[in-house]
Unconditional design. Structure first.
Length: 344
């Protein structure tokens, strides 16, 4: 990823759009069952068991002083790590990982209070037509609160009643069953120590199949837009688009992967790889998730996979009950560079 730029993970909460430093994001999971803890700070929804580790869950809306809202099955949990401490943040929707230039981030000040800024917001930036509030994750949970939560959780033999916490109190029996099932799934995964060596992947879809992209090889994700087709060009060159003041060629890699080609919709996304020699955008249909995948969960490719795919794949895995082929961007970019050279 480019030095000097800040890569952030964008998410929605109660109709507002926020972003958090992507280097602090460990993974994103579907919201599981949360265990309430007595005497925890009011903004703590409770705790969960994540691979044998008890981590607190922050209700960010309460942390901001907003009224709490019922949790939904479509909500997610953003797991971040700050000073070797894991914390979960309840979010409504997750979006792209994007790159921000420092000069694009403006300070946020309260009207009429010169020099007085929000505690948890470090700035704001315009991304397209949206205003994104940049979250200061270091202030979400102070170390004293973290210790207090864990002591309270270990000392308490009974859970704090959910009736005093609106987001959990209004859940139906059916919703509780789903959340409980998700919680069991998180407990059953490999231990947290194994996850330390995990690879952070973006799970994306292309042509009806799912692929994993190593975030370390990605400069940013962006939306496809203002795409201009070029006449008399190879089929894999979808067109060019204006990106940060420069023309970015958009490539369809389905031909490389022996997949049927076709048109992309206006909702398509673009992966901009972090490569000093070839600047292109790789078109995909959608970004579904960001996961942290331990090496033990990566398997060899099935024998049924086309030989062309083996050239560009590192292995396969199962993410959220979906088979995912993990792609290696360097050989893909090398092949594209050779193809571009052959056309000159």
């Amino acid at each position: 990823m480019d030095k000097g730029q800040l890569h952030v993970f964008v998410f929605d909460l109660h109709g507002s759009r926020f972003a958090i430093d992507a280097t602090a994001v460990w993974e994103v999971v579907r919201l599981p069952e949360i265990t309430r803890v007595e005497e925890a700070p009011t903004y703590i929804a409770g705790v969960i068991n994540l691979r044998g580790r008890v981590i607190p869950v922050v209700d960010f809306s309460v942390r901001l002083g907003l009224p709490p809202a019922k949790y939904r099955l479509t909500d997610g949990l953003l797991v971040i790590e700050v000073d070797a401490q894991m914390t979960g943040i309840v979010v409504n929707d997750v979006h792209d990982v994007i790159a921000l230039d420092p000069e694009d981030i403006d300070p946020v000040l309260f009207p009429g209070k010169e020099g007085d800024a929000p505690i948890f917001i470090r700035g704001e930036a315009r991304v397209g037509d949206e205003i994104v509030m940049l979250l200061d994750h270091n202030r979400l949970l102070v170390s004293g609160d973290y210790a207090e939560i864990l002591v309270a959780e270990s000392a308490s033999e009974e859970e704090s009643p959910e009736s005093d916490f609106l987001p959990l109190a209004e859940l139906t029996p059916e919703e509780r069953a789903v959340f409980h099932s998700r919680a069991l799934g998180l407990i059953g995964k490999s231990q947290a120590e194994e996850a330390r060596d995990a690879c952070q992947l973006a799970v994306v879809s292309l042509g009806g199949e799912y692929f994993g992209i190593d975030l370390a090889a990605v400069r940013e994700f962006t939306s496809i837009g203002n795409l201009t087709p070029l006449p008399n060009c190879p089929e894999h060159l979808v067109g060019i688009m204006n990106h940060r003041g420069s023309l970015l060629p958009i490539i369809d890699i389905r031909e490389l992967l022996s997949m049927p080609t076709g048109a992309f919709t206006h909702e398509a996304k673009v992966i901009v790889p972090s490569d000093d020699h070839l600047t292109v955008g790789l078109a995909i249909d959608m970004i579904h998730d960001i996961v942290s995948l331990p090496p033990a969960e990566i398997s060899p490719l099935p024998a049924s996979v086309a030989s062309e795919v083996e050239t560009y794949a590192l292995g396969s895995a199962v993410c959220d009950d979906r088979p995912v082929t993990i792609l290696a961007l360097p050989p893909i970019l090398e092949k594209l560079s050779l193809m571009a050279g052959a056309k000159q």
